[in-house]
Design a protein around this ligand. Structure first.
Ligand code: WTA
Length: 632
């Protein structure tokens, strides 16, 4: 459907070759297919030392003109967004491109009327309701930088993110529906804002109709504000390298960092990767189940599909409510043809039994996608057989918050597909594997650290407010390369298989947490002196969180202590970071220099204590025996 869509393996090979030999020409041709107010002066300027990366330098545009305005003539009455409620009995809501355009313009006017302007940072903490999608686009329309914080984060986590970005506004709702539960979102915002002096205005969307505490002079209701504005809002002219959004993500050290994406390159990359990986057709009904609070929701629920003029489905609920057939019921209901979800969801539905999926036809499905963590073969085959009925390709898409879009993935029916393998890199993506001595592995059938040797338009530009942190995190491990933090294998045909993180990042149900971040939260508990957190294989979540904690004194009631520790983590980070196992220990395995030997803890957590390796260099080898005996 898109003029830049590759259709055959030969075309892929040609495009790939060109993208390496003439990257500027390759990306310029793709960028030409968008609406620019002013064309760029230079396609690419870069170095990975500082790092300093600029795509489409001097180009002027607005991403919402490309998501909405440019479709009005040809697709004005086509559905842009279908919203499905958490409650299967509540009627779904549909927006044509024309209607969505109007709603975005209105919301943009509300933002302006409340003092927001280009360059301001706006925190969005909202449930998966249409207003969330509209709010994100409204920010982009006026050139304000959106920082969406996932609704599962706690007040403390939200406050950290608001303060880091110095947000002047928060967009939220009274509450949210999640399965059988209702959660008082506004109360969490109120708590967070006690420590956020930069926030001057809070705009609240009514979802549950709850009475909530509104702060006079600061908080306003969206439904009151929208009455005061018109439906026209010309898009702000943005430079290609102006900031589009910040999205916080965890790394191996310190607090989560604000990954910064810019307007032009992100736009081009989101659309190009979307239409090529999923081989999108004009008639597709496309559904990405990710929350907009994560990068997958940004790029492949919202921007990628709208940039391509596709109909995108947004779902408020969870896969298991009211029963584990919900996804499939929604697929049949809307005739979803391309379905994109996470391995953790597949595994949880797999565990609920085949009956739930077998009772739906799923005839409309054409392409399936997976994202967020390595998909194990069992889940891959289940997905392929029961959802794809053995006829739909499964694209296993590897990428990161920092990459902005899919980097390594099968392109449906175009490039080779192999279970549990992401496959070949997209055109324009130049991955390399590095061995433990820092040398490039040029052969096939090798395993190493996954890096990128050339920029791509969707890549991270900086970490908000701290460029040095960006350099240290991604560009300093291997000189002249972007380091992903992942390990990968390359098979005899050049297909990549991602093994997982090689740093201290745990991937729980596709959500990233730094072990240090969880330890810091645990250590806030008054009874805890020190802790060490590691990941271990978990049947549904991919990885579970195993915490070893040292306490002031041996607790009388270990269950009580565990509950308190969980409570601390929930309040510091959110429910999504709850430790699965907490073992109280009297000491941790440390080297003489005081470094925790996580290798040993990981083995204990995995239940593999037959070979713990050399423990003689430990300060106190006896502590290992105690830990092994007390393992959960
Ligand atoms: C992991 C999510 C294997 C990986 C888009 C990466 C994957 C981290 C895959 C980024 C995949 C994501 N196969 N591993 N298809 N997709 N990952 O920033 O470890 O939330 O570094 O971005 O998830 O997570 P993030």
């Amino acid at each position: 459907m898109s003029t830049t869509q590759i259709k055959t393996f030969e075309e892929y090979q040609e495009a790939y070759k060109r993208s390496v030999e003439d990257p500027e020409g390759f990306w310029a041709d793709i960028a030409e297919t968008f609406t620019w107010r002013k064309k760029w002066d230079k396609v690419l300027e870069w170095n990975f030392e500082e790092p300093d990366v600029k795509w489409f330098k001097g180009g002027k545009m607005n991403i919402t003109e490309n998501c909405l305005d440019r479709h009005l003539k040809t697709r004005g009455n086509k559905l842009a967004l279908i919203w499905e409620s958490n409650d299967p009995k509540e009627r779904f809501v549909r927006f044509t491109y024309k209607e969505l355009h109007e709603r975005v313009c209105q919301f943009a006017n509300v933002l302006k009327n409340n003092g927001a302007k280009k360059g301001d940072r706006i925190c969005i903490y909202m449930p998966m309701i249409p207003e969330l999608a509209i709010a994100v686009l409204a920010c982009a329309r006026i050139g304000a930088v959106h920082s969406v914080v996932f609704g599962g984060f706690s007040a403390a986590a939200m406050a950290d993110r608001i303060n880091d970005a110095q947000c002047s506004m928060v967009l939220t709702a009274d509450g949210l529906n999640r399965g059988a539960k209702q959660i008082p979102v506004k109360r969490v915002v109120n708590e967070a804002l006690q420590t956020c002096p930069s926030v001057e205005r809070v705009i609240v969307v009514e979802r549950l109709g709850w009475a909530v505490q509104m702060v006079e002079g600061r908080d306003v209701w969206y439904h009151d504000e929208v009455k005061k504005v018109g439906k026209d809002c010309p898009a702000e002219e943005m430079d290609a390298e102006d900031m589009l959004f910040i999205l916080y993500t965890s790394g191996s050290t310190g607090k989560p960092k604000g990954v910064v994406h810019t307007c032009g390159g992100y736009m081009v990359y989101a659309q190009y990767s979307f239409c090529n990986v999923f081989q999108i057709e004009e008639s597709d009904i496309y559904w990405c189940t990710a929350d907009i609070g994560w990068i997958t929701g940004h790029t492949y629920l919202l921007y990628g599909p709208l940039l391509s003029g596709t109909t995108t489905v947004m779902f408020e609920g969870i896969p298991t409510y009211p029963d584990p057939g919900r996804f499939w019921q929604v697929v049949d209901k809307f005739g979803v043809s391309v379905f994109y979800t996470a391995p953790t969801a597949i595994r949880s539905l797999m565990a609920a039994g085949e009956d739930h999926v077998l009772s739906y036809s799923l005839d409309s499905v054409r392409v399936l996608g997976s994202v967020g963590e390595p998909i194990n073969e069992e889940a891959w085959y289940w997905y392929h057989l029961h959802v794809g009925k053995d006829r739909c390709p499964v694209v296993d898409t590897w990428w990161q918050t920092e990459t902005g879009g899919i980097m390594i993935s099968t392109m449906a029916n175009v490039t080779p597909m192999k279970p549990s393998h992401a496959g070949l890199p997209l055109p324009g993506v130049q991955p390399i594997l590095i061995d433990s001595d820092g040398n490039e592995l040029t052969e096939n059938e090798v395993e190493g650290y996954l890096c990128m040797k050339f920029p791509w338009p969707g890549m991270i530009r900086t970490t908000y407010g701290d460029h040095e942190r960006c350099r240290l995190s991604y560009f300093s491990t291997y000189k002249g390369l972007y380091f992903t933090g992942d390990g990968a294998k390359r098979d005899k045909d050049g297909l990549y298989r991602i093994i997982g993180r090689v740093d201290d990042v745990i991937n729980v149900s596709g959500h990233r947490f730094g072990t240090a971040e969880i330890e810091e939260a645990i250590n806030h508990n008054k009874d805890v002196i020190e802790s060490a957190v590691v990941g271990y294989p978990h049947d549904v979540k991919g990885q579970g969180i195993y915490a070893f904690v040292i306490c002031n004194e041996i607790p009388e009631n270990a269950d009580h202590l565990r509950a308190e520790i969980v409570e601390t983590v929930v309040s510091k980070i959110g429910k999504i970071a709850k430790p699965d196992k907490i073992q109280v220990v009297s000491g941790l395995p440390k080297t003489r220099s005081g470094k925790i030997m996580r290798r040993i803890l990981r083995k204990v957590a995995e239940g593999d204590t037959s070979n713990l390796g050399d423990t003689s260099t430990l300060l106190d080898p006896d502590v290992v025996t105690e830990i092994v005996e007390g393992a959960l």
